[in-house]
Write a protein that binds this ligand. Structure first.
Ligand code: NAP
Ligand code: GCO
Length: 268
C-alpha cells in the first residue's frame, strides 16, 4: 500500500460499533475489519450477540461481542472497563444502535416518545461519555454518530425519531467543540433510505403485488433512483474512522444518493 493510502488504514485500531449484530452496524464493522481494525460490538441480548458472532465468523472476522443495553449508563461504564481489560482502549466508536417508532404524534404516548429519545440520543451521549476519557489519555479518538435524513427533515409519524436524530446532529457538533483540542474527531453519517430490517415495513409488497407507496415515493425522491444498501455506507464510514479525516470535525456526511439536494421527480 503506498504511503498516501495508509491514511485510510485502520490497522492497529480497536473499533466499537454499538447494536452491530446485523444491519448498518454490521456492514460498518465489516468494512472496519477489512481495513485492519479489531472489532468490538454489543447488542441488547445474548441471542442477538450470538447471531452477530456467527455472522462475523462467517465473514472471517474475529469479533468481540458483548450484551449491553446502551441506555444503561452503569452497564456501559462497566462494559468499557471490560473491553479495555479484554481487548484494549477503544480508538473508534460508532454510535449505531437505534430504534424507530412510527406513530402519529398526537397518538404517541409520551413513554414511547421518551423510549426513542433514550436509545437514539441519550445512549450516544452515554457511550461517548464513557469512551472519551481513555481517548484523551491515548491522545486520539474517532466518534461517529449514525444520524439520519431526519436530522434535517421531518415527515409524518416520526416525531420522536426526528427529534432524536436532530439532537444527535447537535451532540456531534458539541463533542467536536468540547473535545477537538484532544485530537478527538466527532462526525456523523446521515444514511438516506437504506434497505435494512428497520425500513422493511416501508418496502413491503402490497396485497396486489405492487410496490409499497413509500418505496415508490423514496425512489422518486432519490437522484440515484434506488434505495441505499449497507455497502454504500462502508467507504464513508472508513474515511471518517481513519487518519484521512483528521481535520474533518463536527460534520454530518450524508450518504443519501442525493435526496437532500433534490426536489423530487415529477409524477407521471
Ligand atoms: P436495525 O436494523 O434496527 O438495527 C439496529 C440495531 O440496534 C439492532 O441490532 C437493535 O437491536 C440494536 N439496538 C436497539 N436498541 C438497543 C439498545 N438499547 N442497546 C443495544 N442495541 C440496541 O437498524 P439499522 O437500519 O441497521 O440502523 C442502524 C442505525 O442507522 C440506527 O441508528 C438507525 O436510526 C440509523 N439509520 C438507519 C437508516 C435506514 O434506512 N435503515 C437510515 C438512516 C439512519 P434489536 O434488534 O433488539 O432492535
Ligand atoms: C422512516 C425511515 C427513516 C430511515 C432513515 C432515513 O420511517 O422515515 O425509517 O427514518 O430510517 O432514518 O435517513
Amino acid at each position: 500500500m503506498n504511503d498516501f493510502l495508509k491514511n485510510f488504514s485502520l490497522e492497529g485500531k480497536i473499533a466499537w460499533i454499538t447494536g452491530a449484530s446485523y444491519g448498518i452496524g454490521f456492514a460498518i464493522a465489516t468494512a472496519y475489519a477489512q481495513s485492519g481494525a479489531t472489532i468490538v460490538f454489543n447488542d441488547i441480548n445474548q441471542e442477538l450477540v450470538d447471531k452477530g458472532m456467527k455472522a462475523y465468523e462467517a465473514a472471517g472476522i474475529k469479533a468481540h461481542g458483548y450484551v449491553c443495553d446502551v441506555t444503561n449508563e452503569a452497564a456501559v461504564q462497566a462494559l468499557v472497563k471490560q473491553i479495555e481489560a479484554e481487548v484494549g482502549v477503544v480508538d473508534i466508536l460508532v454510535n449505531n444502535a437505534g430504534i424507530i417508532r412510527r406513530i402519529p404524534m398526537c397518538e404517541m404516548p409520551a413513554e414511547e416518545f421518551a423510549k426513542v429519545i433514550n436509545v437514539d440520543l441519550v445512549a450516544p451521549f452515554i457511550v461517548a461519555k464513557a469512551v472519551i476519557p481513555s481517548m484523551i489519555a491515548k491522545g486520539h479518538g474517532k466518534i461517529i454518530n449514525i444520524c439520519s435524513m431526519m436530522s434535517e427533515l421531518g415527515r409524518e409519524t416520526v416525531s420522536a425519531y426526528a427529534a432524536a436524530k436532530g439532537g444527535l446532529k447537535m451532540l456531534t457538533r458539541n463533542i467536536c467543540s468540547e473535545y477537538g483540542e484532544h485530537n478527538i474527531q466527532c462526525n456523523g453519517i446521515g444514511p438516506g433510505y437504506i434497505a435494512t430490517p428497520q425500513t422493511a415495513p416501508l418496502r413491503e409488497r402490497q396485497p396486489d403485488g405492487s410496490r409499497h407507496p413509500f418505496d415508490q415515493f423514496i425512489v422518486a425522491k432519490t437522484p440515484a433512483a434506488r434505495w441505499g444498501t449497507t455497502e454504500d455506507l462502508m467507504g464513508p464510514a472508513v474515511f471518517l474512522a481513519s487518519d484521512a479525516s483528521n481535520f474533518v470535525n463536527g460534520h454530518v456526511l450524508y450518504v443519501d444518493g442525493g435526496i437532500l439536494a433534490y426536489i423530487g421527480k415529477q409524477p407521471g
